[in-house]
Design a binder for this molecule. Structure first.
Ligand code: PBG
Length: 325
């Protein structure tokens, strides 16, 4: 059927028709709120490039998570910024490490919230790389045990899910084995499976104080030019036991989200990263864009591409928009 018999505008003429034919519905159920934890009390250090976000101490994080639950947000992703960094990332798997303490406090006071922990070493190493460094090279296999120890200690503290973001080969199976051996076979792994070496992480590295002190992350994170390689990476993680597969960043990689959704039958998460957030906030501040509208369009686009869940610094604002606050 062609014009003039068929007129697509017929079903766009009012909001009720538009609601009836809408294909993608963003929901608060889809949102995961990232949070940055620091040592201390009553700390709330604003992150300048991420308006509305702060490095927070445990007491303030508990308040933040209560607010998230009131808004209907089902989960948070925790990042830790330790006081001490060293070459072995010891604070990453310390029993009283910053993430471990924060998880305990949240689970004690806000038990219904899903607490996911980012498992990586870059915030904890003095050189800022995600793995062990031997003679200037990131040593894959020497890193695996430390990642597994970190994931296990997060789980022992009460984490509901662990999310390795380091991009070392073989880390999902190493973490799975260690969780299973210690009786945590029910704890799922959300794998940052297709994580690109992206300049969009810049604000995050200021927030998490995790920029590499030499070189870059190109020997472990993926080349932004590659798409088929993402399928190989994701397939490996599925075989190693991942329960949720993540694509990161989101907006510049919608094609990857789409492809992963088509080819893999596990839930797909997308990380709407710090630089994506910062660009919209900056343009809104300059009066160049309507930040709220661009936020909703962005999150809807990520979902339309195939993401089942979205990690986003917009989680609270989007939740307010969705529940009509
Ligand atoms: C840790 C990690 C990073 C992000 C999430 N986990 C930074 C990096 O890989 O350098 C980025 C998140 C964001 O930009 O919002 N490896």
């Amino acid at each position: 059927m062609l014009f003039p018999d068929y007129r697509p505008r017929r079903l766009r003429q009012n909001e009720n028709f538009r609601r009836m034919i809408r294909e993608t519905r963003l929901s608060v159920d889809d949102l995961i709120l990232p949070i940055f934890a620091v040592e201390g009390k009553k700390v709330r250090n604003p992150i300048s490039s991420m308006p509305g976000h702060c490095q927070m101490s445990v007491d303030n994080i508990v308040k933040e998570t209560k607010e998230a639950v009131e808004l209907g947000i089902p989960a948070v992703m925790l990042f830790g910024i330790p006081d001490k960094k060293d070459s072995l990332a010891t604070s990453a798997y310390a029993k009283d490490g910053i993430v471990q303490k924060t998880v305990k406090a949240i689970k004690a006071e806000v038990p219904d919230l899903v607490v996911i922990t980012d498992v990586c070493l870059c915030e904890y190493t003095d050189h800022g790389h995600c793995g062990m460094v031997q003679n200037g090279i990131i040593d894959n296999d020497a890193t695996l045990d430390l990642l597994a120890r970190t994931a296990l200690s997060h789980t022992q503290a009460g984490a509901d899910m662990v999310a390795p973001s380091d991009m070392m080969d073989g880390r999902v199976s190493e973490i799975r084995d260690s969780l299973d051996e210690n009786g945590f076979e029910t704890i799922p792994i959300m794998s940052y499976a297709a994580k690109y070496c992206s300049a969009f992480y810049y604000p995050f590295r200021q927030a998490a104080e995790s920029a590499p002190q030499f070189g870059d992350r190109r020997t472990y994170q993926m080349d932004p030019a590659n798409s088929t390689e993402a399928i190989r990476e994701v397939t490996l993680d599925v075989e190693e036991g991942a329960d949720i597969i993540m694509v990161k960043p989101a907006i510049p990689y919608l094609d990857i989200i789409y492809r992963v959704r088509e080819e893999i039958d596990l839930p797909v998460a997308a990380y709407n990263v710090s630089g994506e957030f910062a660009m919209i906030k900056a343009a809104d501040k300059l009066g160049w864009l309507d930040g709220n509208k661009v936020m909703m369009e962005t999150l809807t686009a990520i979902k339309r591409a195939g993401a089942d869940m979205i990690l986003t610094y917009f989680a609270k604002e989007a939740a307010k928009e969705l529940v009509g606050h």
